[in-house]
Structures are given as C-alpha cells and as structure tokens.
Design a protein around this ligand. Structure first.
Ligand SMILES: *Cc1c(COP(=O)(O)O)cnc(C)c1O
Length: 429
C-alpha cells in the first residue's frame, strides 16, 4: 500500500503539480493531498485507508452521496448497453425534458461535457444572438477556464480586465468587463455608458467560487432591470447552484424574492451529471435556435450527451425531485452551519456562515462578506490551521478559503455532530 506522500511524489513526476486540476494540490493550505481510493455515502477513504466525512462531494456533483444504489444501477445498465455512439439517444431527450420541467426559464437545452464548455458555449451564443461583443462578469465569480472569462478587474472603476492566466492574450479579454459583485452603482454606471454594446452579463447568482456570497436582492433586481432595458442577456451560471441550492436552482430562490424573476440563459454542470462528465446550457427557444444546425452559432462535441453520463444525471435528478428531498437536505446543511458558528461563538473566535439547500460557506470574520475583496481579506492563517485540524480529525473540507462546501443527503445527523465536535477541538487547538 502506498502512502499519500509516496503517491504525491510519484504523481508529480508525470502530472504537472501531481494533479489534474490545480486546487487538488493543496497549494493554498499546504501539506500533502489525499489520494482517494474509494467512497461510500458521506465518506471518502484515502490510499492509507483513512476515512473522511466528505464536504466536497467532487466539488458539488455528489448530492446523493457516493455510490447511491439507484444511480449505480442506472450507470451499470447504461454502460452495458454501450459507452458512446456519436448519434442521438432517447435518454438525451429525457434529460433535456427533465431539466426544462424543473427550470421554467429554460425552453431548450444543449448537453455538453463540462461546465467550462457550457459557459464558453453560452458566451458564444449570447454574442451570436445579440450581435454584440462586450460581456460583463464579476470579480470572484468563476465560469470555467475559457480564455475570455479568465479575467480580473483592471485598476480603474469598471475598466476592461487583465488576463488571470498566462497564455491569454490581452486582446482576447478586451471585451470582458469585470465589475464588483453586489455593487449597484457600478452596474448603473456601466450600463449607462455601454449598455447597448453588451451581449451578456454572466453571474454566479450565489457565488460559490468565493466561498459563499449571495447576490443581494436589490443588486439582482437592478441587474435584471438593466439587462431587460438594454437588450442584454442575463446568463445565470448555475454549474454549482443548479439542482444544489434548490430543485429549481438559484433562479428559483430569486424568483421567490423578486416577482416574475428569471434569467435569459442558464448554464448547468456538476449535479446534473451526478459525478459523470456532463453539463448543459439552455435558454429561450429564440436564443437557442441560433445554435448550429439551426442557426449560425457553431457548437459541437464528440461525447456530448454521453449515454452513461446522461443515465447517471437522470437517475440523480430523479432522486432529488422526490417530495421533501430539499427540505431535509437544507435542514441538515443549516444544522452544520449553525454548529460551526456556535462553536466559534463559544470559543470566542469570529466565525460566520450561510447556506442554501445543500451548499454552504463559512468565514473567519464577524460578518458575511459581500464581495471578493472582503472574502480574500478574511483570516487565511486561521482557515488553513482549521482546515488541517479538521483533516487530521477525519473531516474533508475544501482546501481553500474561497471555496464553498457541500452536504449530501447521505450525511447523517451523527456525521454533522461529529463534524461540529471536530470543529470545536480544531478551533481550540
Ligand atoms: C465548477 C464550475 C464551472 C466549471 O465547470 P467544470 O466542469 O469544472 O469545467 C463553471 N462555473 C461554476 C459556477 C462552477 O462552479
């Protein structure tokens, strides 16, 4: 049996940084990443046989926990029938019908294989449909690693951004405006001066790539108003929040707060694949009709709508659509956040948290941050100590203070209690 350290050393010889996605390398928190051997329900087991209560859930997809029996059965059955055909299947229609049935703003949907691909395609479609080039995103929101979206704010107010990655030429991001999340004044200013040139605004409605930050209701309703007024498409990136914060996604949460609210386009991933490579983007029939083969906007994929992935996604969505599912998941997630914040309070450490459905965040701060700058100003040293304290105690949290956490329906009340107990110890330690 190899240790995590041995595997990490071996991995680093053949894979850049030893990982196939950077956050897995534990760079933000230091230490050795755990190499996972298997998982079951709410738990993952590393190469050394150590068990962890899993609050990452593959960064969101594993909402039912690992190895849910009906999902496993659906996947095994689909795999036996064939891995990939490169031709249409009935299951793709079923999945599209299911998504449309759960998300009223989506009239048509196209399936792809990753959130990055879905976001990139949605962007091209928004530009193609409006005939405009400029796009707006918000600092701290992640929409996958397409060139035009790897951008951070420039120095001045609402200026064009700078690439956040080498290999992205400045010309490629010259049409991307980066604004501060929850800043209504900036929105007003940008729309007043450039509203007619903007194709779309892309937003994580509850931002999970800066831990857990909600778009405020005044901000979201102003954004909707301005987009409508200027013919700008409002694109909800629900790769993380879709089928995770509620059955109808974050848009159903905002529809409950802002009468008649809906986005123009939506991007999904993570939960809709149930742990398989699957993502989607959708919107009104008018906009979606601009896509090839009907329209002039090109988009394609060899493995798009993969039969095994769609089986996994469908079986997952079927489970979470059962009556009472989200009420129970939300209550469990709330009990975790309450336990953590109470632990902070009793020990005298500033600790705040928030959750929606099965997604949560917590901060070593005295109030919930409203934007990326504030998130990144929270106590990083304390977070890193806490992360390792929890890991040592068998609780696997996201290894960076800017990542959200996820609770699955496999997490029991006893798992939550054990987690809170570990947190009390880790915070004291
Ligand atoms: C994870 C994520 C993506 C990217 O999805 P991948 O499948 O990793 O390419 C895009 N947007 C949001 C909001 C995400 O959380």
């Amino acid at each position: 049996m190899s240790t995590n350290e041995e595997l990490f050393a071996r991995a680093q010889r053949v894979i850049p940084g030893g990982v196939n996605s950077p956050v897995r390398a534990f760079r933000a928190v230091g230490g050795t990443p755990r190499f996972i051997q298997r998982a079951e329900g709410a738990y993952i087991f590393d190469a050394e046989g150590k068990r962890y209560i899993d609050y990452i859930g593959s960064w969101g997809p594993m909402i039912l926990g690992h190895g849910h029996p009906s999902v496993l059965e659906a996947v095994q059955k689909a795999a036996a029938d064939g891995f990939s055909f490169g031709a249409p299947t009935e299951r793709e229609i079923e999945l599209a019908e299911t998504i449309i049935g759960l998300v009223p703003s989506v009239e048509q949907v196209r399936l792809v294989s990753s959130g990055t691909e879905a976001g990139m395609s949605a962007l091209r479609l928004a530009r193609g449909a409006t005939g405009r080039s400029k796009i707006v995103k918000f600092e701290g929101c992640y929409h996958g690693h397409a060139d035009a979206l790897l951008v951070k704010a420039g120095s001045g107010l609402a200026t064009f951004g700078h690439p956040t990655s080498a290999g992205v030429p400045p010309e490629v991001v010259q049409h991307t405006l980066v604004l501060e999340y929850n800043n209504v004044a900036q929105l007003d200013e940008v729309f007043a001066t450039q509203g007619g040139e903007i194709a779309c605004v892309m937003i994580e409605p509850i931002a999970g790539n800066m831990n857990f930050v909600r778009a405020s209701v005044p901000f979201m309703s102003r954004l909707r108003e301005l987009c409508t007024k200027h013919g700008v498409l409002l694109v909800f990136d629900e790769v993380m929040t879709g089928f995770r914060v509620a059955l109808g996604g974050a848009q159903s949460v905002y529809a409950g707060l802002i009468p008649g609210f809906r986005p123009d386009m939506s991007v999904f991933g993570k939960v809709i694949g149930g742990g398989m490579p699957l993502a989607a983007f959708g919107g009104t029939r008018d906009v979606m009709s601009m896509l090839a083969p009907l329209g002039p906007v090109y988009q394609a994929g060899t493995l798009s709508g993969n039969p095994v992935a769609t089986a996994c996604g469908l079986a997952t969505l079927k489970e979470i659509a059962k009556p009472g599912y989200f009420d129970a998941l939300s209550a469990r997630t709330r009990s975790l956040v309450q336990g953590l914040t109470q632990a902070g309070k009793s020990i005298g450490i500033p600790l705040v948290g928030d959750s929606e459905g099965g997604m949560f965040g917590f901060f070593f701060a005295s109030e919930l941050p409203q934007n990326y700058g504030v998130v990144m100003g929270t106590d990083k040293e304390r977070f890193n100590r806490f992360f390792h304290g929890m890991l040592d105690r068998g609780v696997y949290l996201a290894p960076a203070l800017y990542e959200a956490g996820f609770v699955s329906s496999a997490h029991s009340a006893a798992d939550i209690a054990a987690t809170v107990h570990a947190a009390e110890e880790a915070l004291r330690g």
